[in-house]
Design a protein around this ligand. Sequence first.
Ligand SMILES: Cc1ncc(COP(=O)(O)O)c(C=O)c1O
Length: 378
Amino acid sequence: MITQEQFRSNFDVAGKRLFFNHAAYSPISRPVVNAINEFFEHRQMGNPLAWNIAVDHMEGLRSNYGKLVGAPAERIAHMANTVSGVNVLANGLDWKAGDHILLYVDEFPSNVMPFLNLKDRGVEVEFISAGDGRVTPELFEAALKPQTRLISISSVQYLTGFRADLKNLSELCHSRNIIFSVDAIQSVGVVPTDVIASGVDFMAVGGHKWMMSPLGTGFLYVTEELQSRLKLVHRGYMGHVNPIDFGNFDQELSPNAQRFELGAFNASGMVGAEKATELLLECGIDSIFRHVRKLIGQFEWGLDELPFKTMYQFEENEQSSICMFSHNDASRNEAIFQSLSASGVNISLRGGGLRLAPHYYNTSDEVDQILALLKGSS
Ligand SMILES: Cc1ncc(COP(=O)(O)O)c(C=O)c1O
């Protein structure tokens, strides 16, 4: 068990910048940097066991990913980013001309482009809108067609912070024989996640945001049933039962999700990601989420005293670790963003609004400092 204070002490950025931009990317902690350096020492010194060491870390990371989403490690495959995972799904299914996919109109392109690429196979992609930002099961239900085969949604929307009702969406999908896929980069590592309880068929997640991991790390989760329907579009050697039996071309694919892995892998990134996810698991994702929600609550109260407002009013079970806010005169947001950046505050300007995204090492005092800077800039 790691306390919030202990976790914060691992971050050199703490006390130097007001870093509240984890929905874009995270700073990495000192233990993560140390673990990567230690691995590079093995490479630097030509340690003949470096490959085995890397494989051990890869398997340790696979197990951590499983714990973060409530899945057995066998259902996890390493991927370089979210979009690589989505491509495994989009390209692996046996589409027929006329098949229909439903997406939300403001998805991040990683959850759109792989599906648009199916146009030359006759697959129709349709986008639903949500006036108030609530991407609900009802909106999808109203847009279903007999030909709908897949719905893919972000667990948390990057432009609004809306958290989707995965359980009800999966029930809707399964009642119509529709595959339910989730881009969960904006929630895994900060929002408690249980893929089995929520009935997700497929999930793709990148590591560099809430999992506080190096770029080029991430994973996919896939159920055994859906995996059996996915053709391997790319086939390497790491996805076989004995990857180092190089001369054996007749060997079987791994029965696990590992079959989607290809060749030599991002070992240094995975070493860092293993340490980063281990730290998050030791903090406990429930504690992390409670903490960031408390910080966002404090921030929203503070905004009430200023000429600023939150842009979306979501119910408690729709809230996430992202808070979108705006000056009452939205045309001033860009100048305010620049002024905060110059004062050492990292947040994002997204869709004309300002996006605050705290993680577990951020503090209430830091929130007060940002509010004071906002007061000064307004
Ligand atoms: C919802 C969402 N999906 C995916 C990504 C990133 O995708 P990838 O991991 O493919 O780079 C982002 C942000 O960069 C995002 O906000």
